[in-house]
Write a protein that binds this ligand. Sequence first.
Ligand code: PGA
Length: 242
Amino acid sequence: MKLEIVPDYAELSRRAAEIVIAECRKRPQIVLGLATGATPIGMYRQLVQAYQRGRVSFLRATTFNLDEYYPIAPDHPHSFRRFMHQQLFDQVDLAAERIHFLRGTAADVERECSRYEAELEAVGGIDLQVLGIGENGHIGFNEPGTPFHLKTHKVALTEQTMRANARFFGSLADVPRHALTMGICSIMRSRKILLLASGEKKADALAAALLGPVTEAVPASVLQLHPDVTVIADKAAAQRLA
Ligand code: PGA
């Protein structure tokens, strides 16, 4: 595992974007695994700027997003799909048919999760997966206690995650209670993983994930078992790593 501690969020965003850009240039037909949340917003901004300046193209790239609320309509103002369109998809040259998302309106959840896994398999898996980390150590929506062997599945969000995400919805009552998420097993199959952590609220979770035992109680701790993980943390998030 490679750890880069950077001074602040701006630098974290710049470094993360540089890594994504370098991988996209090495392999234009790259399969990217993408994350939502506040953490990657700066990285997406940097990617859009790099695209506008002609430094990177996503024309041949494929994307899979980690998770989506359930139920939620794709055009709901707070769906992750909408978030991705606003932050990245609508501003770069990604081909619509190579954007993959879990459908928050799927009637048959099991079938939807199998469809996603089959599509992941059909493209040969993810080359570079970007991850944030929850205050409780979750990755994607894999909450503490999620078995490591799970593939894409439906989850009940914990109270803590719903509270953390209420900032986007305005009120706790409006946050969906469930989500569909790629499982730990799906995430661990990615060839390369980039974990981003910013702010002191993430300091305990990051320390537990990187320094503590590998345990399903801290989902991100599984990354200690992956052969190619880069962690970029700003000073505030890294404060308990010393
Ligand atoms: P955040 O969420 O980037 O909004 O802090 C990260 C996560 O919960 O995975």
